[in-house]
Design a protein around this ligand. Structure first.
Ligand code: FMN
Length: 138
């Protein structure tokens, strides 16, 4: 088994309601648990940033499914890297919503632009959601 991590950003096709976001994250969490995927997702206005990690075949297959999802568009992959251990273990999906100014603060003063993030940087940003995001997703 080869462990990989990949990340992408995308744009919601339209603003999603709290109910739709709840449904999306509930289903994703259930499926990720079943397929041994650990992940984190942030939603900021209509922007998504997600990191997925797990067995290469499972992650590649999931990325293809996510790319076909009509709920979002303009998917840009930050990359795909082999990793030795997971950052988001044991969480099937850490989820958080942030305002644009909060996201900007997470990105830091270096003025990172989402579409130029590396997988490593995306993982660092999403990792910083821990542990505050955990009680909200329990
Ligand atoms: C932004 C976004 C993130 C998603 N993340 C996941 C995820 O982590 N795991 C997952 O199984 N599905 C995720 N989905 C849902 C998939 O796109 C897809 O609906 C789901 O895997 C079911 O696919 P199927 O209907 O082809 O079986 C996500 C969808 C969106 C729009």
């Amino acid at each position: 088994m080869q462990l990989i991590q990949c990340a992408y950003t995308s744009t919601a096709s339209r603003p999603l309601t709290q109910f739709e976001l709840g449904e999306l994250t509930r289903e994703a969490r259930r499926a990720n648990f079943a397929f041994g995927i650990t992940a984190a997702l942030i939603y900021c206005e209509r922007t998504f940033l997600q990191v997925l990690e797990g067995d290469a075949d499972a992650v590649d297959e999931l990325i293809l499914r996510i790319a076909q999802d009509a709920r979002h568009c303009r998917m840009i992959e930050c990359g795909r890297e082999a990793i030795e251990r997971r950052r988001f273990d044991p969480h099937p999906l850490i989820y958080a919503e942030r305002s644009p100014s909060e996201l900007q603060a997470l990105l830091g003063a270096d003025g990172d632009c989402l579409s130029f993030l590396t997988v490593q940087r995306a993982a660092d940003i999403l990792y910083s959601l821990l542990p505050a995001a955990i009680p909200r997703v329990a």
